[in-house]
Design a protein around this ligand. Structure first.
Ligand code: F6R
Length: 607
């Protein structure tokens, strides 16, 4: 989603702001803009589409100035045009905004009734008018911002530049992240530590409702009641080198190939191989009395939750409810006293999941969070924090975060089972052993990259693709379809294999490839029967299975992709790889923008 960067600098900032915007590209955007103060004036350049367009604008018409703000916009209100791109400039006030001002219509009407004219269709422009209006009434910038912030409903991170106060930027956040950075005689604002990675490692994360006055040598932070507050300065540890793709053509490819390492890294915090025990980073939490677990997430993280439901019910015999975050909070769910609500998120900032978390807390649930960004809002609001150690995920399509989530959730399921007395020590040892085998098995799956690449053109020509799986491979079918849709723009659906004959089988003809995920094991025969029903109707099957499964059922498939033979527990971690690689190679064959697919944002901070 939208990205913000601001620099109160000593030297020219335009190129550094552009560099910061490039680091924010991964969040997804469809227009961009930049504004600096120079010779007592606000100067602005904006462009539709990719940052290269803005870069061209800047070459044609360079911007001077040592203080400035910049923005990548993911359109919510108003099309992604130059006129709607940020910064919005009104009477010497420039504003960039991430989030949604839900009451913008009422505020705009109020400003218009005072004779103010609006130039864009955005909700964001009203912030510039409100601040300018306060300044016109004689307030200083700090007082103007303090007066405006309580009037904004919804979620926002904003940065404001004042023509008549050239040595400062004011930033504020509520429901969308914003960090401040401290440099040498310079200070910064950024949507995340990545945006500031090339400028500084010393950062502070603003808390909900905070606003900050950022000047050359100081950052003054206030809470939502305008009291001065201190926020801890931490070393971000995010190096600018994250933006090195190494030998890979895309971040997504790099992140797919990183999975054995980051899953191993994650497991180090969840299993003790010598003692052969699962262990959570926070051991003071007992699951024994928990009567029910409610899992809530969006997108790929939701599919990780679906797999976890199988594991938690199977191993721990605890009832699990599972919901998409945007549905959960509005359907008035019944939450049992003493229940645990488990939220899964790569970013930890997804607006729907965060709102669901707060709803569950208000209903008296204990809050557990599986999250990849340890400084995120969800991480900070958790009673039980279960971090994944995937490292920053830059490709918009989630890959390594997903498999790391699965690793954490498998360990969690075993821990819950142990606490509930439903798993013996010996079974726990088995789980630890299988989980420890996962990184090597994932490596073996990656070794089939070339085979997958070689058959990707078959899928690239299709208009529709179906993915089938059963049991814990059903969520993988959904995940495979999602990956293909989002980066190759081919229509794809995932189905529980047994559900085909209840409707979707009508779609089958020889133009629809069907990807079947069927590791040999307990559900293999059933899945293969469903696969044969499809083949009998002319369906072109690609079978993903192990050597044994392919030997038994591969005949008649248009292609087979061989996976190592693994224990069912780790099959989802291993089978994630071929579906990711398939989507990746199909997208490359189609020539789409793999890392920044159209219309998508990495961190979805609006509902
Ligand atoms: C798909 C994808 C999205 C995210 C979803 C939730 O590849 O990345 O579906 O999984 O937007 O995001 P997080 O996990 O950050 O809450």
């Amino acid at each position: 989603m939208c990205g913000i960067i601001g620099i109160v600098g000593r030297e020219q900032v335009a190129s550094r702001l552009m560099d910061g915007l490039r680091r924010l590209e991964y969040r997804g955007y469809d227009s961009a803009g930049i504004c600096t103060i120079h010779d007592g004036a606000l100067e602005r350049r904006r462009a539709e589409g990719k940052l290269d367009n803005l870069a061209r604008e800047l070459v044609a018409s360079p911007l001077d100035g040592a203080v400035g703000i910049a923005h990548t916009r993911w359109a919510t209100h108003g099309a992604p045009t130059v006129g709607n791109a940020h910064p919005h400039v009104v009477d010497g006030v420039a504003v960039v905004h991430n989030g949604i001002i839900e009451n913008f219509k009422a505020l705009r009407d109020e400003m218009q009734s005072k004779g103010r004219r609006f130039e864009s269709q955005t909700d964001s422009e009203v912030v510039a008018h409100l601040v300018a209006d306060q300044l016109a009434q004689g307030l200083a910038p700090e007082a103007a911002v303090a007066a405006v912030l309580p009037r904004l409903h919804g979620a926002f991170a904003i940065a404001i530049l004042f023509r008549d106060h050239p040595g400062m930027i004011i930033g504020a956040r509520l429901g969308a992240p914003l960090t401040v950075g401290l440099g040498d005689g310079e200070s910064y604002l950024g949507s995340d530590a990545l945006a500031l990675a090339a400028l500084t490692q010393r950062i502070a994360y603003l808390e909900e409702g905070d606003w900050a006055v950022v000047t050359h040598d100081a950052v003054r932070i206030h809470d939502r009641d305008n009291n001065p507050v201190e926020r801890e300065i931490v070393q971000s540890g995010v190096s600018a080198a994250i933006y090195d793709k190494g030998n890979h053509a895309h971040y997504m490819q790099k992140e797919i190939f990183e999975q054995p390492v980051v899953v191993a890294q994650t497991l180090q915090s969840y299993v003790r191989p010598l003692e052969q025990k699962v262990a959570l980073p926070q051991m003071d939490f007992s699951f024994g009395p928990v009567p029910r677990i409610t899992i809530v997430a969006c997108g790929t993280s939701f599919y990780a939750g679906m797999v976890a439901k199988y594991w938690l019910e199977h191993f721990a015999r605890v009832p699990v409810e599972l919901d998409i975050a945007s549905e959960f909070r509005y359907r008035d769910p019944v939450l049992e006293a003493g229940g645990l609500a488990l939220f899964i998120s790569q970013s930890g900032e997804t607006a729907d999941t965060l709102a669901a978390l707060r709803h569950a807390r208000a209903q008296g649930q204990k809050i557990a969070v599986v999250v990849n960004v340890p400084t995120s809002s969800m991480a900070r609001e958790a009673d039980l924090l279960l971090p994944t150690h995937a490292g920053p995920e830059v490709g918009v399509a989630s890959t390594k975060a997903f498999t790391c989530q699965l690793a954490v959730l498998a360990a969690l399921a075993a821990k819950v089972a142990r606490d509930k007395g439903r798993m013996s020590e010996e079974e726990e040892r088995d789980i630890v052993r299988h989980l420890s085998e996962a990184p090597a098995a994932m490596n073996a799956a990656l070794a089939h990259d070339e085979d997958i690449k070689a058959m990707a053109h078959v899928i690239a020509e299709a208009r529709d693709v179906l993915y089938l799986g059963r049991g814990q491979d059903y969520p993988l079918a959904l995940e495979g379809a999602l990956k293909l849709k989002e980066i190759s723009y081919i229509h794809a659906e995932g189905y529980a294999a047994g559900e085909m004959k209840h409707g979707p089988i009508a779609l089958i003809d020889d133009a629809v490839p069907i990807i079947v995920l069927a590791p040999s094991g307990p559900l293999f025969e059933k899945t293969v029967s469903n696969m044969q029903e499809v083949q009998a109707r002319g369906g072109k099957v690609v079978l993903i299975s192990d050597a044994e499964g392919i030997a038994q059922a591969g005949e008649g498939s248009i292609a087979t992709i061989e996976m190592p033979k693994v224990h069912p527990l780790i099959a989802p971690l291993v089978y994630a790889i071929p579906v990711q690689l398939l989507a990746y190679h199909v997208a490359v064959a189609k020539g789409t923008d793999v890392d920044q697919p159209r219309n998508l944002a990495k961190s979805v901070t609006v509902e």
